[in-house]
Design a protein around this ligand. Structure first.
Ligand code: NAI
Ligand code: MG
Length: 358
């Protein structure tokens, strides 16, 4: 391996994961053979397919490969075939496992409306035109990891337990990610919590205020999560960067995603550790898997984020995002984004090759 050659790990996973990876490989081949980037990649198993072949959803081999790479690109995991498995063997366990292993504590979900798709949102065009917000979700703490957890039986009554917990350093580092991002955008951070009820949120708010002192050029405001859920559909353009904990972020980022139309368009980046993890926000879509109709654009836009945040290649990220926009402008649509402006419905492979040939 030459110095300066970056290495990435491809983890297609289950369902439509392998389908939407087709275009990704073509784009990588093209960028490498045309000399735009020095890059090598290898492939690994994750999710149900990994359980099928190795007995584990996140095999040690995949972890080792991830450790020697500069970034990981993941498709999706899961499917009805695996729903009856115990939690430790479930494909979804691998998602938490790899995020935790990579230390990728900051999940970035850009929700940006491509103007060509304004008609495919359920919201009025004037509410969402030019929408461009970023949800920053804390990904490795909070109630998804807090202890104690479990189901206990207490005097014959079963009780389910989860614990919301955040330490000051965990809050401070996610705040810095949000403020740094805001500096590259419109310099506004909204921190979302439930400080009127939860002590973990009281601390969240205090730490937000104290880290903000390092960023006097960025505006900070606070919002309770229930109000934030409402404001996101009432007037989403008031937001630039929204920063919040794991559970609230899971919910609000899906809500923000829907503003822009289709789940098939939205990418995410999980950063903060040694190695960044990039994935579309959609799942394995078993209902459409194997039919060559899945939208590959979320996957391609995830590759763009990989170029931006892990390889510091803003130029290539921009090229990919622009060619996605051009293809939409020309009227090509997968079925999930058809609507006003559609000239031709295309499948996964054709959509991928259109972006690739831009
Ligand atoms: P899903 O995101 O897979 O599908 C929801 C709906 O959106 C389906 O109707 C699907 O056909 C459609 N859809 C999703 N991606 C699309 C694309 N690229 N193009 C066109 N349409 C698309 O979520 P669902 O149905 O709740 O979960 C299915 C499986 O995926 C489950 O096993 C779930 O646990 C897993 N899952 C995995 C995730 C991941 O790997 N990050 C995230 C969410 C769910
Ligand atoms: Mg979710």
């Amino acid at each position: 391996t030459e110095k300066n050659t970056k290495k990435i790990l491809l983890l297609p996973g289950d369902g439509i994961g392998p389908e939407v990876f087709g275009p990704v490989r073509d784009i990588l081949e093209h960028l490498v053979t045309s000399g735009h980037v020095r890059l090598e990649w290898e492939e690994g198993l994750i999710g149900g397919i990994a359980t099928d072949r190795t007995g584990l959803p996140l095999p040690p081999d995949t972890i080792e490969k991830a450790d020697r790479c500069d970034a990981v690109l993941l498709g999706a995991v899961g499917g009805p075939k695996y729903d009856a498995l115990p939690y430790e063997k479930r494909p979804e366990r691998a998602l938490l496992g790899i995020r935790e292993h990579l230390g990728a504590f900051a999940n970035l979900r850009p929700a940006r409306l491509f103007p060509e798709l304004a008609g495919s949102s359920t919201l009025k065009p004037e509410i969402i035109s030019d929408l461009d917000l970023m949800v920053v979700r804390e990904l490795t703490g909070g109630i998804y990891f807090g202890k104690p957890r479990g189901i206990v039986t207490d005097q014959g009554v079963r009780r389910g337990i989860n614990t919301e917990t955040y330490t000051e350093p965990e809050i401070a580092r996610i705040m810095r990610v949000a403020f740094d991002l805001a500096r590259t955008r419109r310099k506004k951070v909204t921190s979302v919590d439930k400080a009127n009820v939860l002590e973990s949120s009281v601390l969240w708010r205090e730490v937000a205020v104290s880290v903000h002192k390092e960023y006097p050029d960025v505006e900070l405001s606070h919002m309770y999560v229930d109000n934030a859920a409402m404001q996101l559909v009432r007037n989403p353009k008031q937001f630039d960067v929204l920063v919040t904990g794991n559970l609230f972020g899971d919910i609000l980022s899906d809500e923000a995603a829907q503003l822009t139309g289709s789940i098939g368009m939205l990418a995410s980046a999980s950063i903060g550790g040694k190695t960044g993890l990039y994935e579309p926000i959609h799942g394995s879509a078993p209902d459409i898997a194997g039919k060559d109709i899945a939208n590959p654009l979320a996957m391609i836009l995830s590759l763009a984020l990989l170029f931006r945040y892990s390889l510091q290649r803003e130029d290539l990220a921009g090229v990919l995002e622009q060619s996605v926009q051009n293809v939409l402008k020309e009227g090509y649509r997968t079925t999930d984004i058809q609507g006003a402006g559609t000239k031709k419905i295309v499948g996964t492979r054709e959509m991928g090759s259109l972006v690739f040939h831009e």
